[in-house]
Design a protein around this ligand. Structure first.
Ligand code: ATP
Ligand code: RIB
Length: 299
């Protein structure tokens, strides 16, 4: 069985359906309310577990009801919570989400305990990690913690995959420690300072990251699919045509599925196809972790 390590945030998602997003200062009466397990780290961990991997998840919760529900949810997915830590002084992470009729969303995160997942927490966890080749992380935990992970990955020859979401600038020294970076269009544009809207933008963006030392670049382009580039290959893989109900966590399902495919030894095109299929299923369902498909659904 493939083993992957996911390091990142855990949130509880408070979701309201709405016909359209409110303007600043406007109050709208929306539709149904949902409470879902979320957080980019936990979503990616659950997506990976549902693809059939053994997942070690490193995260931090508050000592509260949402934290308890999060831990129980992860355990139901077969994910060990041995390295899901607690900060009794902080609340568990929360995300306020609105989802419109096209399945698009807006998200505001209150990180709470996610913000105190520190480099020393990771250092303390490292000796107890099972044998692993791949580590997957995002940017909903402190950047110092990601920096520490990147140095560890380089020193120990581990493949670090960074999904740079939510977008923020990265330390220059981090780029050549990354096996793979997976920005969406907004994140790619913020990191490079270049437009990422048109087909001929994608190779230039990927080249920018590779010039900085990133080994492979995979741009996720929403309903337009993905663009991949490394030193020997490039692939432009379209998304599957589906009716989107809620695109929340499409990127998380994509990343969580992709890391499992890579850990199983799949080639790039095959791995990206698998992740594309998984993400396309997730957008047809409401919720973050709730929307992640099981491996048996990828026919
Ligand atoms: P999110 O922030 O919503 O989790 P993201 O912005 O990180 O997602 P996207 O690029 O929007 O990531 O989506 C990731 C992948 O999911 C896409 O490359 C595509 O394969 C799939 N996907 C996203 N939206 C759709 C859609 N409307 N229809 C089909 N597939 C989609
Ligand atoms: O990527 C989707 C996730 O972003 C949501 O589950 C929310 O918790 C925020 O972290």
């Amino acid at each position: 069985m493939a083993h992957v390590v996911v390091v990142g945030s855990s949130n509880t998602d408070l979701v309201v359906k709405t016909e359209r997003f409110p303007k600043p200062g406007e109050t709208l009466v929306g539709g149904d309310f949902f409470l879902f397990q979320g957080g980019k780290g936990a979503n990616q961990a659950v997506a990976a577990a549902r693809m059939g991997a053994e997942v070690t998840f490193i995260s931090k919760l508050g000592k509260d009801l949402f934290g308890k529900q999060t831990r129980e949810g992860l355990e139901k997915e077969g994910i060990s919570t041995r390295l899901v830590l607690e900060d009794a002084a902080k609340a568990s992470g929360i995300a306020l989400i609105t989802v419109d009729e096209q399945g698009e969303n807006t998200i505001v995160v209150a990180p709470g305990a996610n913000a105190s997942l520190s480099p020393s927490d990771i250092q303390a966890a490292l000796p107890s990690l099972p044998n692993h080749a791949f580590i997957l992380c995002q940017l909903e935990i402190p950047i110092d913690t990601i920096t520490f992970l990147a140095s560890y990955a380089q020193e120990k020859n581990k493949n670090l995959i960074l999904n740079p979401a939510p977008a923020q600038k990265l330390p220059e020294s981090m780029y050549d420690q990354l096996f793979l970076i997976t920005p969406n269009e907004t994140e790619a544009s913020l990191l490079t300072g270049m437009p990422c809207d048109r087909e001929d933008d994608y190779p230039k963006i990927a080249q920018w990251f590779r010039n900085k030392g990133v080994k492979q670049v995979l741009l996720t382009l929403g309903e337009k699919g993905t663009y991949f580039q490394n030193s020997t290959q490039q692939h432009r893989i379209p998304a599957q045509k589906v009716t989107a109900v809620d695109t929340t966590a499409a990127g998380d399902v994509f990343n969580g599925s992709l890391v499992v495919a890579l850990a199983e030894g799949m080639q790039w095109k095959e791995a990206i196809n698998l992740a594309t299929k998984a993400a396309s299923i997730s957008v047809t369902r409401m919720g973050a972790q709730a929307s992640a498909p099981f491996r048996s659904e990828l026919v």
